[in-house]
Design a protein around this ligand. Structure first.
Ligand code: MGD
Ligand code: MGD
Ligand code: MO
Length: 700
């Protein structure tokens, strides 16, 4: 394993106390720079890196206490073997050799069986976003093995494809310019909770006189601090954008020069928009006509105008097309002309990391293993034809975070499923493992990071030695590869070589960015202007180089090439029968003190969060005889669970909100929000549809 290196220290002369430059690993747009103070080999302090322009020295309430996670008393310190029934979480300690020998033997036997290596499935997601521990040695291993391929659709796939069709990729405005905007729309975004370092920039804009509008069915912590809150029905944002575009065109609030030079298909779009009147949009969204018209007029007349779109709005059946419709707006008004104008969903594709070098898809050697959708893992693990026989879980807590938990649990409970879980804690998923392997935390391994919410590359230097016998994911797959007899040299690459390879790129934005430099300084900005206005002169990464109102690429895949309304699957309009039985739209967005399900096992954060709660509108509560503080049962045909009602009028009428993701085992009845969510996937990208979910609520 790689020994911690002296580089990355601020004070290499001091041998007792050192400060190590690290990066927050979590699945969050902010990807903070961090400084960890280490005394006699023990991390004693963690703080935001004040030199890092986006983080500006502050950390969120969770990661400010990351040392408690690293040194938590319930960390898994040794490999474990299951001794009790699946799901009981009863284990005994075994050695690394015993664990790895058994895993290699099981995988070898499956690969040689008639069902072949496709009966093995990696299950990983974004417990860490570092390129080494997220997707390098692991991918090489599974490619070489020929295992089933996991399509990682739990979060952003629908919006990502919607954006690709329209803008050409996950690209958008620089978040550091938000403070200069005169209009900010937080669209399905709750930055105080899930994008903390954008928030001071929004407040600064507001202080300078900007109008800040939240579009969210729920009066979130951020929405309640905006100038205005518009609360459409869940899953209807695509209709709202169409209604806005109708008004922009009808009232000639569009930038004809920008459109002529940098957009494709305006004539066809304008014709299409005729049917999407503000009256139509207001009906579809459950809003007042005036709200739609005023939103459009503000958007067409105030500049610079910045839209912070976030993933909440695309966790719906029509989420991909909705993101696409909204992404048309800034080209229509020419908002892209200014650095503080445009739209930001993700900055991911501004980076040009060498993913082929990281993941080595060439090791597939021409094989094309089946693809399994992460959002429908419950079905994948319970089907009888071509069954999955082994899962290797890392960076993921599927029993807690995947939709339709009853099916997910049924899959994991299968006696004939060989299950390995690599994690730092005994998660809901680990309770079903045959073998648990202790994983390092971010303070204990190397990594290199991009961000999906700013424009910096970050390095993570190990601050301390691994706690207990834990190992980085990369090292586990290195050792497994050796046992499997995979003798390609890439299976011996040390982590730092992987970091170095990731950054090797001829792309102009990556010039001057390399591992040795970023490791030393902690962070480097992509080679873009300080006042980066990515599409001021067009140059979208689409086939036409323009913002594509008309997308031939979508048409080739059988979709309508022009913006249209793709309604939610579970709503009174699209499924009235279902809505009669289950009339309430159920949203389970991030809780402030958890990061997906990470941190939810630590008492500090559970205490801050209180208990699983269901926020309700007083009209919906009264209609069911529910009072604030009552225990309630949320249910639909997929499942049910109980929580505490909070009648606070934050959700609009017809919507209930359960901040998530709680661990099942720390919840009152051993279940969580995903007991009721569905495995249905979105229109684009096979994305999960966590928020497209009707339920009924009753007093427990
Ligand atoms: N504290 C904290 N921060 C996090 C996370 C966490 O768990 N905790 N998770 C991280 C991850 S993985 C992600 S992907 C991001 C997620 O963060 P965001 O992308 O901001 O998405 P969500 O928080 O899921 O939803 C944001 C808002 O969208 C609203 N919303 C739901 N449905 C709709 C809809 O149909 N239309 C509109 N307009 N709004 C809707 C929700 O009510 C919520 O207030 O945050 C990251 N940051
Ligand atoms: N109901 C509902 N469900 C949701 C969501 C929602 O809003 N509502 N949000 C969805 C979204 S947006 C997302 S992104 C997914 C997130 O789903 P996941 O990516 O599974 O995220 P976490 O729940 O945080 O679990 C990550 C696990 O990885 C482990 N881990 C962290 N670092 C490492 C490492 O270096 N090595 C190893 N081996 N393990 C590590 C952590 O301890 C943790 O147990 O959940 C989705 N599920
Ligand atoms: Mo996510």
């Amino acid at each position: 394993m790689n020994a911690p290196s002296a580089a990355g220290r601020l004070d290499a002369a001091d041998t007792e106390v050192k400060v190590v430059r690290t990066a927050c690993p979590h699945d969050c747009p902010d990807t903070c720079g961090m400084l960890v103070t280490v005394k006699d080999g023990v991390a004693v302090k963690i703080q935001g890196d004040p030199s890092m322009p986006f983080t500006e020295g502050t950390l969120c309430t969770k990661v400010a206490h990351y040392l408690e996670r690293t040194y938590a008393p319930d960390r898994v310190l040794h490999p474990l073997r299951r001794v009790g029934a699946k799901g009981r979480g009863e284990f005994r300690r075994i050695s690394w050799d015993e664990a790895l020998d058994e895993i290699a033997a099981r995988l070898r036997a499956l690969a040689a069986s008639p069902e072949g290596p496709e009966s093995i499935l990696p299950l990983s997601y974004a417990g860490t976003m570092g390129m080494v521990q997220y997707s390098s040695m692991d991918r090489r291993f599974f490619h070489r093995l020929g295992a089933s391929i996991l399509d990682r659709t739990l979060c952003s796939s629908a919006g990502k494809v919607g954006l690709k069709a329209t803008l050409g990729g996950s690209v958008g405005m620089d978040p550091e310019r938000f403070a200069e905007a005169k209009l900010i729309i937080l669209w399905g975004a709750n930055p105080i909770v899930s994008n903390l370092h954008l928030w001071p920039r929004v407040l600064e804009a507001k202080r300078r006189g900007a109008r800040v509008i939240a579009i969210d069915p729920y009066r979130s912590l951020s929405a309640e601090k905006c100038t205005q809150h518009v609360a459409p029905l869940p899953g209807t944002d695509g209709a709202l954008a169409l209604g806005m575009m109708h008004v922009l065109v009808a009232e000639d609030l569009v930038d004809r020069d920008y459109i002529a030079r940098h957009a494709l298909g305006f004539e066809a779009l304008a014709e299409r928009l005729q049917q999407y009147t503000p009256e139509w949009a207001a009906r579809a969204c459950g809003l007042e006509v005036e709200e739609v018209v005023q939103l459009a007029r503000d958007y067409g007349s105030m500049r610079p105008s910045a839209i912070r779109l976030n993933y909440g709005m695309q966790r719906h059946a029509g989420g991909g097309i909705a993101a696409r419709n909204i992404a048309c707006l800034p080209a229509l008004t020419g908002a892209w002309r200014e650095a503080a104008g445009g739209i930001l969903l993700s900055t991911n594709d501004f980076y040009s990391f060498d993913h082929a070098a990281l993941e080595r898809p060439d090791l597939l050697g021409g094989r094309r293993p089946r693809v399994v959708n992460h959002a429908a893992i419950g079905d994948a693990l319970t089907r009888t034809e071509q069954p999955v026989r082994a899962v290797i879980v890392y960076n993921n807590n599927p029993v807690a975070v995947c939709p339709d938990s009853e099916k997910v649990v049924a899959g994991f409970a299968r006696e004939d499923l060989f299950c390995v879980v690599m994690d730092s804690f005994l998660t809901d998923t680990a309770d079903y493992a045959d073998i648990v392997l202790p994983a390092t935390t971010q303070l204990e391994h190397f990594d290199v990071h991009k961000s999906y919410g700013h424009l910096y590359v970050l390095a993570n230097n190990p601050a301390i030695d691994p706690v207990g016998e834990s190992l980085p994911n990369s090292e586990v797959f290195r050792r497994l590869a050796a046992r499997m007899g995979f003798d390609e040299p890439c299976f011996r690459d040390p982590d730092e070589d992987i970091c170095r390879a990731a950054l090797r790129s001829a792309h102009p934005r990556m010039q001057g960015i390399g591992w040795d430099a970023v490791k030393e300084s902690g962070w480097q900005r992509l080679r873009v202007d300080e006042r980066f206005a990515p599409f001021a002169e067009g140059g979208f990464p689409t086939p036409s180089g323009k913002c594509e109102f008309y997308s031939a690429w979508l048409k080739e895949q059988g979709f309508d090439p022009l913006p249209f309304f793709n309604p939610p699957a579970e709503s009174a309009v699209s499924n009235p029968g279902l809505a009669r039985r289950y009339p309430l739209a159920f949203l389970s967005p991030p809780a402030r003190n958890f990061l997906n399900s990470t941190f939810a096992n630590l008492k500090r954060f559970r205490d801050h969060e209180g208990e699983p709660r269901l926020e309700m509108n007083s009209g919906d509560a009264a209609a069911r005889g529910i009072a604030d503080g009552d225990r309630v049962r949320v249910y639909n045909a997929r499942g049910d669970y109980t929580l505490r009602a909070r009648v606070n009028d934050k959700p609009r009428r017809g919507v209930v909100v359960a901040p998530s993701v709680w661990w099942r085992k720390f919840s009152p009845d051993g279940r969580n929000a995903n007991s009721v969510t569905s495995q249905r996937v979105a229109d684009l990208g096979g994305g999960a549809t966590f928020y497209d979910c009707l339920v009924e609520v009753e007093k427990a």
